[in-house]
Design a protein around this ligand. Sequence first.
Ligand code: SAH
Length: 216
Amino acid sequence: MISVGHPPEQMMFQLSLRRRGISDQSVLRAMESIPRDLFVAPADRAHAWRDTALAIACGQTISQPFVVAYMTEQLQLKSSHRVLEIGTGSGYQAAILSKLSRDVLSIERYRTLADSARARLEGLELHNVEVMLGDGYDIPANVGAFDRIIVTAAMEEVPGALLERLETGGILIAPVGPHSGVQTLVRFTRTADGIERKELVDVRFVPALKGVAREL
Ligand code: SAH
């Protein structure tokens, strides 16, 4: 049978996510609907559908698709949720989140990355995502609280001030561990009694650094 609209590499992309254990249909559909090739450097377009992280501007990376899908699945998103992302990077993860939630606020410390991610998301008409230049360690009070928080850069520990941004019943997922080397993806759930912590899988992320970048 001839496929309509999806070149073979995109079909393999979906298949590899399923094989690796992503089973949430809404997550798979969101991954299918966002063209990852628009979020990578032009020279890497041919590799965009491979299951690997790729270099983007400012020495940063767009995460491996499996890790994006896995973290998204673990967030258990609902269409009513307000979501915070720390580490916009290319904007790819924010685009996936936008398909599964009400609103996304994504914070990035490099102006170059924030500006290009914003332009891509607007180009795809994903109007429920706001990209903000800022520091995930120092979030303005006026942005309020969130149902879900996803950190896509490695933190040696998750600051209490960030956990306090979670609504009761809220979930935060972050790679926790040393800046160089392997981190553990940790899921924090805010219950009426306090914070529950569950370690998920080992991952490798670029570090979360303090302050807005002084370089562009
Ligand atoms: N989610 C991204 C990939 C993130 S790479 C994507 O889908 O492409 C991690 C990003 O976190 C980098 O762009 C880095 O600049 C950013 N970052 C690191 N520390 C940060 C901080 N304190 N506040 C905001 N962004 C930060």
